[in-house]
Ligand binder design. Structure first.
Ligand code: ZN
Ligand code: ZN
Length: 276
């Protein structure tokens, strides 16, 4: 019997998959990767994620405004109007989560925003949108996909402030940084940790994942990003959900358990996380 895998984070709503999507979904399915969550990063990609769930039965959507894209939300009016568009999407039953949302201090080289700078005001707006989107997740009983890049302290402070027990077992640190303080926060708040293709080549990540209990782990590709080895060396971009078994194999090796066990435990975890 082939294992069933759950890719908890793949951006199949991005333009680069427009022409290949049905092949990408069926190739993943052949390898057992038959459950997928597609997160939005702004209003347009969130709407697209929802539209895709109508085409593919095994696909679920998350909707939200990613901290990088908070850059284009300049005024109070825009904040209100974009959040109300996100809120409207939450009534769809295939929308399982708010995401991806969070905080990000990374200075991106490849960004469509020509004057991109990480100012205090920008971080303040990221925090405001994050807090409002977490409130939506709580109010609509949706799960929560958290993005964090170089913003641990701000994120943990904010989470402590707004935390609601309804978020327990329903929240994930997606592509979690190798950080024991994040892990201990996740343990205390009954959260999940997302592991990606970088675990196949990043030794720090491997040692971090060795310390994450199996009952907290979920698999994700973050397609089209984070291509795992050996495909990375072969430059076989873009990453797609069919690489989930490579991540699972690496986790199996790190934990000294079978591939089948990684598949069944992480899929069960992901089903719990998204309540599907
Ligand atoms: Zn992310
Ligand atoms: Zn992502």
């Amino acid at each position: 019997m082939t294992a069933t895998y759950f890719d908890t984070h793949c951006h199949l709503n991005f333009k680069r998959f427009n022409k290949t999507l049905s092949d990408v979904v069926s190739k993943a399915s052949t390898l057992g990767v038959s459950l997928l969550v597609v997160p939005g990063t702004d209003v347009i990609s969130s709407k697209k994620a929802v539209a895709l769930t109508q085409e593919y039965n095994n696909l679920y959507a998350a909707v939200g405004i990613h901290p990088h894209h908070v850059y284009e939300v300049k005024s109070e009016e825009e904040t209100v109007s974009q959040l109300s568009e996100i809120e409207t999407l939450l009534s769809n039953s295939k929308v399982v989560a708010i995401g991806e949302v969070g905080l990000d201090r990374h200075d991106y080289e490849n960004t469509k925003y020509t004057d991109y700078t990480i100012s205090n005001e920008f971080i303040r707006r990221q925090m405001e949108l994050l807090q409002k989107q977490i409130t939506l997740a709580i109010r609509y009983k949706k799960s929560l996909i958290l993005h964090n890049r170089e913003t641990k302290q701000e994120l943990l402070t904010l989470l402590k402030k707004v935390w609601d027990t309804r978020l327990e077992k329903r929240t994930v640190f997606h592509c979690c940084e190798s950080d024991l303080e994040l892990l201990s926060f996740a343990k205390d708040h009954k959260m999940y940790i997302g592991v990606d293709g970088d675990v196949t080549f990043d030794l720090t990540k491997q040692s971090f994942i060795s310390q994450v209990p199996l009952e907290m782990l979920v698999l994700e590709t973050d397609s089209p990003f984070l291509l795992p080895e050996p495909l990375k060396s072969q430059k076989l971009y873009p990453n797609t959900p069919h690489t989930i078994p490579l991540i699972a194999e690496c986790v199996a090796k790190i934990k000294g358990i079978t591939l089948q066990e990684v598949a069944s435990r992480t899929t069960e975890n992901a089903r719990g996380l998204f309540n599907v």
